[in-house]
Design a protein around this ligand. Structure first.
Ligand code: NAP
Ligand code: HSE
Length: 437
């Protein structure tokens, strides 16, 4: 039997403890599949006394994950701590520089330092695997990097955050509050240590930036993503969307346009009949449109210990199966040094349909004034509906507009105009509509 592959795991939280458990429970099966045993030889976390729900027996403990990363007692360093600076960054860098393969689920780290870390991995001839960093258990990295060679991608988009999709699904299906749904997502181990990363869209942006690099061969540009989260989405939006035949999803979208690559993360209305609208709960989905393949849709569990562990263990198994001296493929599909600079398409040029919900004073002429602002900006309306005042008889009405295809610049100008006219009682709500199959 070939020598065991020795694993060091830094981080024993939701994901790390699940990975350790799967490696122990599935040891025999993994040995058969990989042709050699995979053994956890060392671990690191902050609190040595915490019960991890898995027997860590004689496994070496390191208080310092960077020391573990450099240890001669491991072949693969598995980073499952989270965070884009400090210990995770230093440990991953140290492991690669010491010639260890690295597996990580840390999209925040890759979004910020992925290209620099890939350069080290490629120089050292070791693997930097990160399947779990995007869309949890869905094998989207392998699919884009390996199975779609030769394809030219025109658009990649999807539901990339399990926490947000779980919240939106339960708000719609059960009429629950945003806060109650978020609490459950945290309890179930879906949310990030700081859940604002989920609900404000940063986590989706981190994942999207990685997909953009794979899709278009560009350097990762997470800071150039237009970003809106879901914390402003109300039951009123969800109900209005449903009445109009739409469902609201937090999407990450990257697409090639004439002026550059558009990267955006925002709540989006998708037709209720579309496949992506049927993706519920913690499930994620990624749609990839290419010249050769056409449209591919991958869907599956997007967060949680087991789903994420599945992807991490898959990455470890790939390393166990790789032959010594074999030249590994580049981390982001093209050699890191050859990734092109990212050319950003301006958000104001974005073209699409829009849902606009306005809460206005209940006065004569307001409806006409809103319609005039739209016309003045060449916005053609698919529908405009005014709802009667609420049961409490207050001086408010809701005007809901759905536009035909127009531009972001036109919508912003029109809504600014309505605001200046002094008709609004509340902040206007604008939600983009996405073409989805
Ligand atoms: P978590 O439950 O908060 O666990 C983090 C672990 O890292 C804990 O065990 C913690 O130790 C340890 N840790 C933190 N800082 C450390 C340090 N300086 N030194 C040593 N150990 C340290 O997080 P998680 O949900 O497992 O997520 C881990 C990573 O996977 C993150 O990058 C996350 O974005 C990514 N991810 C998570 C999911 C998911 O569904 N949860 C899915 C995909 C990707 P203590 O336990 O002792 O405090
Ligand atoms: N917090 C992330 C999510 C974990 O909810 O999707 C998976 O990356």
């Amino acid at each position: 039997m070939t020598e065991a592959l020795r694993i060091g795991i830094a981080g024993l939280g939701t994901v790390g403890a699940s990975v350790a458990r799967v490696l122990v429970e599935k040891a025999a099966e993994l040995t058969r599949q990989c042709g050699r045993p995979i053994t956890v030889t060392a671990v690191s976390a902050r609190d040595r006394g915490k019960d991890r729900g898995v027997d860590l027996g004689d496994i070496a403990w390191f208080d310092d994950p960077v020391e573990l990363a450099r240890s001669n007692g491991i072949d693969v360093f598995v980073e499952l701590m989270g965070g884009d600076e400090g210990a995770p960054r230093e440990a991953v860098k140290a492991a690669l520089e010491a010639g260890r393969h690295v597996v990580t689920a840390n999209k925040a780290l890759l979004a910020k330092h992925g290209v620099a870390l890939a350069e080290i991995a490629e120089k050292k001839g070791v693997l930097l695997n990160y399947e779990a960093a995007v869309a949890g258990g869905i094998p989207v990295i392998k699919t884009m990097r390996e199975a779609m060679a030769g394809n030219s991608v025109s658009r990649v988009f999807g539901i990339l955050n399990g926490t947000c999709n779980y919240i939106l699904t339960r708000m719609e299906a059960e009429g629950l509050t945003f806060e109650a749904c978020l609490k459950d997502a945290q309890r179930l181990g879906y949310a990030e240590a700081d859940p604002t990363f989920d609900i404000e869209g940063n986590d989706t942006a981190h994942k999207l930036s990685i997909l953009t690099s794979l899709a278009f061969g560009t350097r990762i540009a997470a800071n150039d993503i237009y970003l809106e989260g879901i914390s402003n989405i109300t039951q009123a939006d969800i109900r209005a969307a449903s009445d109009l035949g739409y469902r609201i999803k937090l999407l990450g979208v990257a697409q090639r346009t004439e002026s550059g690559i558009e990267q955006r993360v925002h709540p989006t209305m998708v037709p209720t009949a579309s496949v992506i609208a049927q993706v519920h709960g913690v499930t994620n989905a990624v749609a990839i449109e290419t010249d050769i393949l056409g449209e591919l849709l991958l869907s599956g569990p997007g967060a949680g210990g087991n789903a994420t562990a599945s992807a991490v263990v898959g990455d470890i198994a790939d390393i166990a199966k790789s032959r010594p001296g074999f030249q590994h493929g580049p981390v982001f599909g093209r050699p890191a040094k050859e990734l092109k600079p990212y050319k950003k398409a301006q958000m104001r040029s974005h073209a699409g349909g829009y849902f606009i919900r306005l809460t206005v004073h209940d006065r004569v002429g307001v409806f006409a004034a809103v319609a005039r602002r739209m016309a003045d900006n060449d916005i053609s309306l698919e529908s405009i509906v005014q709802h009667a005042a609420g049961a409490n008889g207050d001086d408010k009405k809701t005007v809901i507009l759905v536009t035909h295809e127009t531009t972001e610049a036109a919508v912003r100008k029109a809504v600014d105009g309505v605001t200046k006219d002094g008709h609004l009682v509340d902040k206007p709500q604008v939600i983009r509509i996405e073409r989805a199959g």
